[in-house]
Ligand binder design. Structure first.
Ligand code: NAP
Ligand code: 8YV
Length: 316
């Protein structure tokens, strides 16, 4: 059987399907991954990985016969696609099957920030409701101006899910779309005009700290920042300072600069809602992502073609 290297975890269903078609080597079983790759790298033709672990450039270089990297996730900023492409290696990912789930996560964070979900839950659990009376009022999430940073597949799903909340939707992306929302070429202008900013661009160099101190100040003390993209997209230090100093109102975050490390300062704040990168993490959506990850590998093994290449590899 053809040899496949698994980097990071996989669901039991994925492991069962992979095991039926490939000899699976788990990099996590190697005491020293670099030595293991030096000894066994030449026999590996396929890699399955995820958006968090990706494939280190040195690992790609240590796999001279690699044909395909299949990523369990839509974001592939942890894979150097230029290096892969230069070596004739195809890269695939899992677009679309997670759009609705990640959009739900963004809305959940926005609603939790607006309606004081965590504080109110704590108020009931602590017994303070019995002794302290009614909880403080919260803010309505209806009729808000929402600026979506990155109106791609998931950004559009977020816009769709916002419709019942009667949101006025603005968006910023590299290019204008044929959509009934206002395009903002200037991210800064959009931040000034928005009650909420929802970030859903890819990570990587092009978007590194796109949400900087200036953008955060423009969003302002009554503003809410939601990040379901990558931690690198927001200047975390600037965001923490703004939250502490009251220059930014609230933040709902699923992603962080140094996952799974989350700054203590953030963990102590009452005006933030924090999630451990679970935007797509439901049984249903992860099953669909896992199937697409494995389907790409099996189709390539069978016919040399794939279902969902990353844009950089579409013409390979
Ligand atoms: P997509 O369809 O490729 O959409 C990306 C959007 O970002 C596009 O509108 C694109 O603009 C815009 N964009 C890209 N670079 C930009 C830049 N430098 N400045 C401004 N806008 C920029 O991707 P998607 O499927 O919606 O996924 C987006 C990202 O979400 C993924 O890459 C991943 O990082 C993240 N994600 C997170 C989770 C989670 O669990 N939290 C789950 C899934 C995905 P144009 O349309 O003009 O090119
Ligand atoms: C996954 C994601 O959690 O798809 C993405 O880009 O961020 C998430 O769906 C990640 O890929 C790790 O598997």
């Amino acid at each position: 059987m053809t040899d496949l290297l698994l980097i990071g975890g996989a669901t039991p269903e994925m492991l069962e399907r992979l095991g039926a078609a490939f000899t699976v080597h788990r990099l996590s079983d190697a005491a020293d991954p670099v030595s293991w790759l030096a000894e066994h790298g030449a026999k590996i033709h396929y890699v399955a990985t995820n958006g968090h672990d990706g494939v280190k450039p040195d690992y790609i270089k240590a796999l001279p016969n690699l044909k395909l990297i299949s990523c369990y996730g839509v974001g592939y900023d942890a894979i150097d696609t230029n290096l892969a492409r230069a070596g004739g290696i195809m890269v695939t990912h899992t677009p679309n099957v997670l759009n609705a789930e990640v959009a739900s996560t963004a809305l959940m964070l926005m609603l939790a920030c607006y309606r004081n979900l965590l504080a109110d839950d704590a108020y009931v659990r602590s017994g303070d409701w019995e002794t302290g009376g009614n909880a403080p009022l919260s803010r309505s999430a209806d009729n808000q101006v929402v600026g979506i940073v990155g109106l791609g597949r998931i950004g559009q799903a977020i816009a769709d899910k916002l419709a019942p909340f009667n949101a006025t939707i603005l968006y910023h992306a590299r290019s204008q779309k044929m959509v009934p929302y206002q395009y903002c070429e200037s991210l800064l202008d959009m931040a000034r005009a928005s009650d909420v900013l929802i970030c859903i661009t890819p990570g990587g160099e092009a978007t590194n700290k796109l949400i900087n101190a200036e953008v955060i100040n423009a969003l302002g003390p009554k503003g809410t920042l939601i990040n379901v993209s990558r931690g690198s997209v927001v200047d975390e230090t600037a965001m923490i300072a703004a939250l502490q100093e009251g220059r930014l109102g609230w933040a709902g975050l699923d992603v962080f600069e140094q996952e799974p490390k989350v700054p203590v300062a953030l963990r102590q704040m009452a005006n933030v809602v924090l999630l451990p990168h679970v935007g797509s993490a439901t049984h249903e959506t992860r099953a669909a992502m896992g199937n697409l990850t494995v389907d790409n590998l099996l189709q390539h093994l069978d016919s040399g073609t794939v279902i969902s290449p990353v844009p950089e590899c579409e013409d390979m």
